[in-house]
Design a protein around this ligand. Structure first.
Ligand code: NAP
Length: 278
């Protein structure tokens, strides 16, 4: 049986084994998928051992995406742009790395939530690994503006510089979290504040009528809950992104694209209870 893993630290909370087991059953793939807690500083050694034992691939979560980027021999374009890898393909002489986070978000926004991104003004909160993973797919959708707002302004400015060659007609700005003043059509929270039970608090005029998306999901989606109570037109947590990025990883490994809606609905119900399920 072909073996896959999700590795992180922590990793206990990961829903990926459940998602990939459902995909494997649906597409009749003979594969195993488990989670593994990897010690900080021990990423390369762990993956070497997994590869030597015949492992076929890994998903990589916080904090190892940059380590995974450094580990693999080849990168797809999304990984190269984000400087982070969330999907490793093993086997053969050379390991390959992909980043499916951004495509997962865009698919969730456009297909599950029916948003048109072209011409929209998008505010991205945070400038970390997740923000860098989502920027290229967002830019490809031709929004009118993307504003990257980060606690550490210098980091947002560095990210804007790095992505400037890809901006096309889209205006790309960096601001500090206190510098957000204008209304946005879509607000995407990519900070990790929710993991600490906190959220960025935005001026009412920024959020009024906006579609607000939190990359975090479940009880960590604190921004999502805050936006719902402060005039957002609609809100979503990042569960759909999680399922869509997993589907793209699965397709890269197995050559078949699983359908996602049933898995998404099951997890939605598991997290929110039956009444909230869509
Ligand atoms: P990261 O690289 O550690 O970046 C964290 C970001 O949050 C930075 O911009 C940081 O600002 C900001 N931040 C942290 N604490 C803050 C605070 N107290 N006040 C203001 N800003 C704060 O993390 P990441 O990999 O980007 O992940 C971010 C989130 O996305 C996590 O919740 C993760 O679970 C989620 N995510 C979800 C999916 C999905 O499939 N749904 C995929 C990937 C990531 P500074 O630069 O100032 O430190």
């Amino acid at each position: 049986m072909d073996e896959y893993l999700v590795v992180g630290n922590p990793v206990e909370h990961s829903l990926s084994p459940q998602i990939h087991a459902a995909f494997a059953e649906q597409t009749k793939q003979d594969m195993g998928y488990a989670k593994a807690l990897v010690p900080l500083g021990g990423f390369a050694e762990f993956v070497d051992r997994f590869a030597a034992g015949g492992g076929k691939g890994l998903n990589v979560t916080v904090p190892f995406k940059p380590d995974a980027f450094a580990y693999v021999d080849e990168h797809d374009q999304a990984a190269q742009t984000a400087q982070a890898v969330n999907t490793i393909i093993l086997g053969g002489n050379r390991s390959r790395g992909a980043n499916t986070d951004g495509v997962g978000l865009r698919t969730d926004l456009t297909q599950r939530h029916g948003l048109a991104l072209a011409g929209q003004k998008i505010l991205v909160l945070g400038a970390g690994g997740a923000a860098q993973g989502i920027l290229q797919p967002l830019l490809e959708a031709c929004p009118s503006e993307i504003i990257i707002a980060n606690r550490t302004l210098a980091k947002a400015e560095t990210v804007v510089q790095a992505f400037a060659p890809l901006q096309g007609e889209t205006k790309l700005f960096a601001v500090g979290l206190q510098g957000i003043v204008d209304r946005a059509d879509i607000v995407i929270n990519s900070t990790s504040m929710g993991l600490q039970g906190e959220t960025a608090v935005l001026p009412q005029q920024v959020i009024e009528g906006a579609f607000c998306y939190d990359l975090a999901y479940g009880s960590s989606a604190v921004f999502c809950a805050w936006a719902r109570d402060h005039g957002a037109r609609a809100v979503s947590d990042g569960l759909g992104m999680l399922v869509e990025q997993a589907a793209t990883s699965f397709e890269i490994w197995r050559g078949v694209r699983p359908a996602t809606q049933t898995v998404y609905s099951q997890l939605r119900e598991q997290i929110d209870g039956p009444k909230q399920a869509r």
